[in-house]
Design a binder for this molecule. Structure first.
Ligand SMILES: [Fe+2]
Ligand SMILES: [Fe+2]
Length: 268
């Protein structure tokens, strides 16, 4: 592959210089550019701002999601961009920032789960305020993981019982970190309930069926499908077909009424 030379300074979202003008991009820098949104800071004093990402969706996401209709992706993307833009002036923005920088894949996962959830909800004709609560809850669904040690989150293998005990705390930690912000239950119920399962086998409370709110059911599906189709330090990604088959076969655990909505969004 030909060398990639920066035509201008490139910064990460916190204004940290990733690649200076004229510098060759190393593999490490290219990986960082891939994982983070790319920002260009203009040198002119009149335009000395870090750009807000208008398109949070990653190329990897588009590749994984072979969509029947790009308009639903564009719509979900627009809603999520608005949520992120409006959140920048809100007290929970600090948490989004920590989430972004804690473990590499976590912010990408949060964006992807929010995008999938919003595409499902758009197909279900959610109204604007309903989309906002769902999108923000999905974006923050794993915010409690910023209080879980990185050694557990990044362990390149299965967790032992003690590590799993800590990992399972992230739903309650996430909810408690948001309680001061007066967010709607339509949003915060997602944070506390996204690991519940219809048969009561989930956590933290072992809720069943209609004890789990519909927003949490959407995010439960989006979270699971994203986890199955993404690579992690400890596992290879599986195909979207395999992910749908797993969800469809686990009839006692996952809300089956959401699977056809997913299939409507997908090309095949
Ligand atoms: Fe989670
Ligand atoms: Fe998650």
């Amino acid at each position: 592959m030909a060398d990639i030379i920066a035509s201008k300074n490139i910064y990460d979202k916190n204004g940290v210089l990733l690649l200076a003008k004229g510098q060759k991009a190393t593999d490490i820098v290219l990986e960082k550019l891939r994982l983070h949104e790319i920002y260009e800071k203009e040198q002119a004093a009149t335009n000395n701002k870090i750009k807000v990402p208008a398109v949070p969706v990653t190329p990897e996401f588009k590749e994984r999601w072979n969509l029947r209709d790009d308009r639903i992706l564009a719509y979900a993307n627009e809603v999520l961009s608005t949520i992120i833009f409006e959140s920048k002036t809100k007290p929970w923005w600090m948490l989004v920032n920590v989430l972004t920088n804690y473990v590499d894949w976590m912010y990408t996962h949060s964006l992807d789960v929010a995008m999938i959830s919003l595409m499902i909800a758009a197909e279900l004709k959610y109204k604007d305020n309903e989309l906002w609560n769902l999108g923000l809850g999905a974006l923050l669904h794993d915010v409690g993981k910023i209080m879980i040690p990185k050694s557990i989150l990044q362990k390149p293998g299965p967790l032992n019982d003690t590590e799993m005990f800590y990992m399972k705390q992230h739903c309650e930690l996430g909810l408690s970190s948001l309680t001061a912000y007066n967010l709607s239950a339509d949003c915060t119920d997602i944070v506390i309930q996204h690991h519940e399962r219809l048969d009561g086998s989930g956590y933290p409370y072992g809720l069943k069926e209609n004890e789990i709110c519909f927003n949490a059911k959407i995010v439960m599906v989006a979270d699971t499908i994203d986890a199955i189709t993404s690579g992690r330090p400890y596992k290879q990604p599986k195909s979207m077909d395999t992910a749908i088959k797993i969800l469809s076969s686990e009839t006692g655990k996952y809300p089956q009424e959401i699977i056809p909505v997913l299939e409507l969004i997908l090309m095949s």
